[in-house]
Ligand binder design. Structure first.
Ligand code: TRP
Length: 443
């Protein structure tokens, strides 16, 4: 009974467009602009990109549809969704809890990186990069990385902003700003790609990104590519379940899911093209690691007219993209404590925010801790969550699946999705997970 009441009281998206925008806002973030280029660089380029693209199509997109479907069927937070749809099975609720834990872990290091972006926004305004050579630009990042105090301050500022927005409710201000700022981010990236085209490293950059060299592929890089497909689409921990829960019963999920995946992928590839053009034009290292964006794009800002304006704008937009993702991470954790534990939202949000802030502090201090948090969540928690979400949607959701409006797209899509979600995606995820844990040996 109480389930029905809470379902009725919950909000719904203003339009299909609002849903796509909010979900794309969650998907597009540091994962696209900071993480994708850097891990592509570390993992040797083309072959890694290919595995990532395959993971998006064969695993990401079907699971994205599954998550939205789960949320839309239950109209609840992720733990509540599994509870309602499995008739209270504790085992399935565990999958929801796994998501809550992943939310804590991911946001803790995500906010540290977002803090770097804010610090660069501040730098762009206070001492513009104008005239700096690539080496000095690169040193600027090393200085920041060796200065935990500054990192922690900006990490705090970012968490503070995230908390303020999540307390106030995601709907009002943020949706409005997303409509303006997300397209602006897209335009700026296009401009950077345009600039990249004029540089000597452009064709080498393209070759690095799109010409696969399979000798560079290791079990670990395959797992990272798969993990990244989850990370960048905000999958495997219930963020998209939560967003889907605000859909109306008759809403289409296929079209929006495809839009979200395409937008997310295009933005990552654009960022990659811009960044690797610069890497190869100025003899920088593609495998520089987490500092890559911060060591490459400012090289252009230092050289061009109005570089200061452009760099301020870019880091502002990057901060904003990080914010629209961070709120979806925090929202999953908060929604659990509010919906399932009856904690007051105004108390839950700052307390959880503070815990995540403290959890992020060691990430700001030690690179290894940072790497461990990232790898634990991306390469383990998200694929595991995704695996169970696929199984649940494929085998437990008979009635709800019939309600998806596949007919609009043709029966082949239904057959394809059903096959993928029941067999292909879970088997692929399982093989890659077990293989990288060393339990089985395939590659
Ligand atoms: N997808 C976001 C990015 O690429 C990060 C993110 C937001 C996320 N919500 C998530 C990742 C939920 C995993 C799960 O920056």
């Amino acid at each position: 009974m109480s389930d029905k009441i809470s379902a009725v009281k919950r909000g719904v998206w203003g339009s299909k467009f609002a849903f796509v925008l909010a979900a794309a806002g969650s998907a597009v973030g540091l994962g696209n602009i900071w993480k994708f280029p850097y891990i592509t660089g570390v993992n040797g380029g083309g072959a890694f990109v290919l595995v990532y693209l395959l993971s998006v199509v064969l695993v990401g997109l079907p699971i994205l549809m599954a998550e939205i479907l789960l949320g839309k069927s239950a109209h609840r937070d992720p733990v509540g969704t599994f509870k309602v749809l499995s008739n209270g099975s504790k085992g399935w609720m565990l999958v929801g809890w796994l998501g809550v834990i992943a939310g804590f872990v991911i946001l803790s290091f995500y906010s540290v990186v977002a803090g770097w972006a804010m610090n660069y926004l501040f730098k762009s305004i206070i001492h513009p990069f104008t005239g700096l050579d690539p080496k000095s630009v690169s040193e600027m990042f090393s200085h920041l990385a060796a200065d935990p105090k500054t990192e922690i301050i900006w990490h705090f500022v970012f968490m503070f902003l995230t908390v303020i927005i999540v307390i106030g409710g995601v709907k009002s201000g943020l949706e409005k700003w997303s409509k303006i700022l997300m397209p602006l981010l897209f335009l700026i990236l296009l401009f950077m790609v345009g600039y990249g085209m004029t540089t000597t490293g452009f064709s080498k950059g393209l070759e690095f990104l799109f010409k696969p060299d399979f000798s560079k592929l290791t079990p670990k890089s395959i797992l990272e590519a798969l993990g990244h497909a989850f990370f960048t689409l905000s999958l495997g921990m219930g963020a998209m379940i939560t967003y889907g829960s605000y859909l109306k019963n008759e809403d289409d999920i296929v079209g929006p899911a495809i839009w979200i995946a395409v937008l997310d992928t295009v933005i990552a590839l654009l960022a990659g093209i811009a960044i690797f053009s610069i890497v190869f034009s100025f003899n920088l290292k593609p495998g520089a690691g987490p500092g890559l964006v911060f060591q490459t794009l400012p090289v252009i800002f230092a050289k061009i007219k109005f570089g200061m304006v452009l760099s301020s704008l870019f880091f502002l937009l990057l901060t904003f993209a990080a914010l629209t993702s961070a709120i979806s991470l925090l929202e999953v954790v908060v929604a659990y404590f509010v919906d399932e534990m009856n904690v007051n939202r105004k108390i839950a949000t700052p307390v959880i925010g503070l815990i995540i802030f403290f959890l992020g502090v060691p990430s700001a201090i030690w690179d290894n801790f940072f790497g461990a948090m990232d790898s634990l969540s991306t390469n383990f928690l998200l694929p595991t969550g995704g695996f169970f979400i696929a199984i649940f949607a494929g085998y437990r959701l008979k009635e709800e699946i019939k309600k998806i409006n596949f007919s609009k797209y043709g029966n082949w899509l239904y057959i394809g999705w059903n096959f993928t979600i029941r067999y292909l995606s879970p088997i692929l995820v399982l093989i890659i997970l077990l293989n990288s844990l060393g339990i089985i040996k395939v590659i």
